[in-house]
Design a binder for this molecule. Structure first.
Ligand SMILES: NC(=O)c1ccc[n+]([C@@H]2O[C@H](COP(=O)([O-])OP(=O)(O)OC[C@H]3O[C@@H](n4cnc5c(N)ncnc54)[C@H](O)[C@@H]3O)[C@@H](O)[C@H]2O)c1
Length: 270
């Protein structure tokens, strides 16, 4: 039977902005201690000031193994374990088709959005494998002893993919699509590899979401692009980052111990 844990610990990469920031804020509202990690340390510290619970801001470049390993080490030094991780760090691509995309641009987008997720999985899972299985609310599953067993709850990870990880999106560069497809491959494989050791791995696939990333994209697009894209979604608008955050926190929580290897499309009905 799993033991009860104290305040759970969530690590969020890309936590200094957009979806990562909204998720750190939501984790804190739900009582998690947060590790807010970002290549932009001042923005990570700004997120920290928005949190209701104690947390730390950590500098990380998710493209570098030493940096990702150090992030995990720092998190564990402060909080003793990592119950949940949301790998949200990402960069948008340039607006070019394949023929006009420089090789370095492909490497940059794949480096952060794909290799970065692989490195985070590598070090987060290595840490989670060392942790005692715990549950925040064993009473929730008291009549289902199998759920509370060793297997369910060493850790839970969510990766940021995109609707661009499910198929080509008009106007979205192929390197970004390739990186987000890769995130799903990593998610499904990692989930299968570690399901029997109490670690769950899922992904979210948001449609266009109102974050600084979207603002930078819209700066280069014709006026009215946000409304035009939003009107293509049945709900008639783009997503708010808080709506993605809510889904991430649910996937990370003990509410869904059997949900692993899943990718959740958050796309207003498309
Ligand atoms: N906003 C959208 O429309 C949308 C839609 C689908 C998927 N996504 C994905 O969601 C994730 C978050 O996007 P967002 O909209 O919040 O973007 P954002 O630009 O607002 O935030 C991304 C954060 O990642 C950080 N970052 C960039 N490179 C990094 C690196 N090498 N190491 C560590 N941190 C790094 C940035 O500093 C920034 O704080 C990304 O993976 C993005 O591809 C976004």
């Amino acid at each position: 039977m799993a033991t009860i844990r104290g305040k759970p610990v969530a690590l969020v990469t890309g936590g200094g902005s957009g979806i990562g920031r909204a998720t750190a804020v939501r984790f804190a509202e739900l009582g998690y201690s947060c590790v807010v990690a970002d290549i932009n340390e001042p923005s990570a510290k700004e997120t920290l000031r928005m949190l209701q619970t104690p947390g730390i801001a950590v500098h990380v470049d998710v493209t570098m193994a030493t940096s990702v390993e150090a992030m995990v080490t720092t998190a564990v030094q402060h909080f003793g374990r990592i119950d949940c991780a949301f790998n949200s760090a990402g960069v948008e691509p340039i607006d070019e088709r394949i023929v006009n995309t420089p090789e370095e641009e492909f490497d940059r987008v794949m480096g952060v959005n794909s290799k970065g997720v692989w490195l985070c999985l590598k070090y987060e899972i290595a840490q989670m494998l060392q942790q005692e299985p715990v549950m925040s609310d064993p009473g929730r599953w008291a009549d289902k002893p199998d759920v509370c067993r060793f297997r369910g709850v060493r850790g839970s990870i969510v990766n940021a993919s995109s609707i661009a990880g499910l198929g080509p999106v008009t106007g979205t560069n192929a390197s970004y699509c390739a990186a987000k497809f890769a995130v799903l491959g990593l998610t499904h494989t990692a989930a299968a590899e570690y399901a029997n050791e109490g670690i769950r791995v899922n992904a979210v696939c948001p449609a266009l979401t109102a974050t600084p990333l979207m603002d930078r994209f819209l700066e280069k697009a014709p006026p009215g692009t946000e409304e035009k894209i939003g009107s293509m979604y049945p709900v008639g608008r783009v997503a708010a980052p808080e709506e993605v955050a809510e889904a991430v926190c649910w996937l990370c929580s003990d509410a869904c111990p059997f949900t692993t290897g899943e990718h959740l499309k958050i796309a207003g009905g498309i």
